[in-house]
Design a protein around this ligand. Structure first.
Ligand code: G1P
Ligand code: ZN
Length: 607
């Protein structure tokens, strides 16, 4: 271990909150304000030492679809595991840029978050980062982090979340890096982080530095060679709320939620990070009664539940909505980027339809009136509902691989305004993450403009555009070898030249294979190619069967099976998707031999 330090010459180093002009190189005076404090955690000195710690690299720190996700125990029990990964992230920021750099830090409140944030503070300081902006008590939703990165022109952000995965000592933890656009780091950067992590021999840390995460304002530390290091604690809602006020017509939303003819809404934050946002924006500002928002205090273990807004894990909300008391319901995931929308009596809006409805009604949202809609996009497994709107409105549509990061380049290039994924993700180019509360306000704006119920809006939409029946089957925690073999065998079969043209039947339905491939995407902006993004069977009527392995699971493998089939016959569009899609599901299970090869007789979750 190599420790070095230098004495500080700063007259303010005695610490405390009182500020006076300072002429030394510590530059404290440059940021003097009433909220500025020179931290005094070192017994009266704000000088902190940098320590170099020897470590051993880990081979398994490859970021997945959305950052590095592992069991909490992996982060806790393996020596330097979190430190190594944090150092690998910070190492991708050029040393010459670090002193002028701001990095935003926030998380969804899950178990181990606060420890991880203290490590980030200590490692960022030791690596010469100039400024961290952190949500109070570490809390900040993923969309809010994206918003703040853009607002303060940060070089990037670190988000502590495993999104919708369960939390607590036996749950999951995750660390994700976002870039200066506010979006998830693209593969070029996540690959670099992984490469660094595989050979890391040491990391830099200021072990004695402790930031007070509860206290709003700036804390300034002098790190070793007189480098000032500022930790700025901010309210987690303010900047995000300010942004939403620019996007939506808050007066109209207020009228809808608390005017004379207001509707009743039920919003379930599922003990995740979105609680404070819903309380402040929807209840306090837009006037919805405080009991319309539930589970709004972020908990380290999400109350023991999966903070995942789908029909299985948000069953409480679904059941409450079935009572008919509320006209609109929504749930959010742990870090606030996902959403599920329900209408009265529990009417379910499929996320693939949700983005299509928002696109078809974009004029209800002032932001889109101002910017216009430059283009639409969906991830490959998401149903073709959005394609139908794009065609009708003559808008460009992009089909990207799974994961929000692929939308960023298109947005930065001014080609994309609105996009969505079947996995309960909806968003626009106002930030570079999907945005749960934004999606809810988008729907409420449409309700306010059309003065119709959720169900009426959805049914009108299907009448006009036809309906894409869609379902997703998830087989969670399947034995990895079995899952990999199943996918490999299926790929081999699908790549046989005789596969195209093959006919598959189930009941009275027969489908002929028109396309069979493993989806590859060439980014139209930078030309980068992403291969092996999911096995696709596209039939001659446009119906699709898709298989892919999840990139966000933390144990075993999760197999996802997606089915999409278009119907324009008005007599058939109100049928139950599970009934309509039964023949394709049957074919998918037969062709893949999923049950035989994995031992699973049924999925864990059906959407
Ligand atoms: C899942 C979803 C994907 C989403 C991602 C992050 O990834 O399928 O659409 O972007 O979570 O929320 P997967 O586990 O399928 O790799
Ligand atoms: Zn999430």
């Amino acid at each position: 271990m190599n420790t070095s330090s230098r004495a500080s010459a700063c007259p303010l180093k005695g610490g405390g909150g009182s500020m006076k002009a300072c002429t030394c190189r510590c530059s404290a005076a440059a940021v003097a304000s009433s909220s500025v404090q020179i931290a005094d955690h070192l017994g009266g000195s704000n000088m902190v030492k940098v320590t170099t710690v020897k470590t051993k690299p880990y081979a398994d720190q490859k970021p997945g679809t959305s950052g590095l996700r592992k069991r909490v125990t992996v982060f806790q029990q393996n020596q330097h595991y979190a430190e190594n990964f944090i150092q690998s992230i910070i190492s991708v920021i050029e040393p010459a840029e670090r002193q002028a750099a701001t990095v935003v830090v926030g998380g969804d409140g899950r178990f181990f978050m606060k420890e991880a944030i203290q490590l980030i503070v200590q490692i960022a300081a030791a690596n010469g980062i100039g400024h961290l902006v952190i949500g109070q008590n570490g809390i900040m939703s993923t969309p809010a982090v994206s918003c703040v990165i853009r607002k303060v022109k940060a070089v990037g952000g670190i988000i502590l979340t495993a999104s919708h995965n369960p939390g607590g000592p036996n749950g999951d933890f995750g660390i994700k890096y976002n870039i200066s656009s506010g979006g998830p780091a693209p593969e070029g950067i996540t690959d670099k982080i992984f490469e660094i992590s595989k050979t890391l021999q040491e990391y830099q840390i200021c072990p004695e530095l402790k930031a007070d995460l509860a206290k709003i304002g700036k804390q300034i530390f002098e790190v070793d060679t007189f480098k000032p290091f500022t930790v700025e604690i901010v309210d987690c809602v303010d900047a995000y709320a300010e942004m939403l006020r620019e996007i939506f017509n808050f007066a109209a939303l207020k009228e809808l939620l608390s005017g004379a003819n207001h509707i009743n809404v039920r919003l379930d934050a599922m003990h995740g990070v979105v609680g404070p946002y819903v309380k402040k924006i929807v209840c306090e500002e837009l006037g919805s009664p405080s009991n319309s928002a539930v589970n709004c205090v972020p908990q380290e273990d999400f109350g023991g539940h999966h903070p995942d807004p789908n029909l299985t894990y948000a069953a409480d909300l679904v059941n409450t909505m079935k009572g008919g008391e509320y006209e609109f319901g929504a749930a959010f995931d742990g870090d606030g980027d996902r959403n599920m929308v329900l209408g009265k009596n529990g009417f379910f809006v499929n996320p693939s339809d949700s983005v299509a409805v928002i696109a078809a009604n974009f004029t209800s949202i002032p932001y889109f009136q101002k910017t216009g809609v430059k283009g639409l996009a969906r991830s490959m497994p998401t149903s073709g509902a959005l394609d139908n709107v794009a065609k009708a409105l003559q808008m460009q549509l992009y089909e990207t691989p799974t994961g929000w990061k692929f939308f960023g380049n298109l947005m930065d290039a001014g080609k994309l305004s609105l996009c969505g994924e079947e996995s309960f993700g909806t968003g626009s180019d106002h930030i570079r993450e999907k945005d749960g509360l934004w999606a809810v306000l988008a729907w409420l704006s449409i309700l306010a403009a059309r003065k119709q119920s959720v169900e009426e809006i959805m049914k009108d939409h299907w009448q006009k555009f036809g309906r894409n029946f869609f379902t997703r089957y998830d087989y969670e925690e399947v034995d990895s070898d079995a899952a990999n073999k199943m996918i490999k065998d299926l790929e081999t079969a699908m790549f046989d030249p005789s596969f195209v043209g093959k006919k598959f039947s189930s009941g009275d339905k027969t489908y002929e294979v028109a396309v069979s491939d493993n989806f590859a995407y060439t980014d139209p902006v930078d030309g980068s190619v992403s291969k092996n993004q999911g096995l696709r069977m596209i039939f001659s009527d446009g119906s699709r069967i898709i298989f892919r392995l999840s990139g966000t699971g933390s144990a075993g493998a999760t197999i996802r099976l997606y089915i999409d089939s278009y119907e324009k016959d008005p007599q058939k569009i109100y049928q139950d998707p599970q009934v309509m899609l039964a023949p394709l599901i049957d074919i998918a299970l037969k062709v893949s031999q999923l049950q035989e090869k994995t031992g699973r007789t049924g999925p864990t979750v059906i959407t």
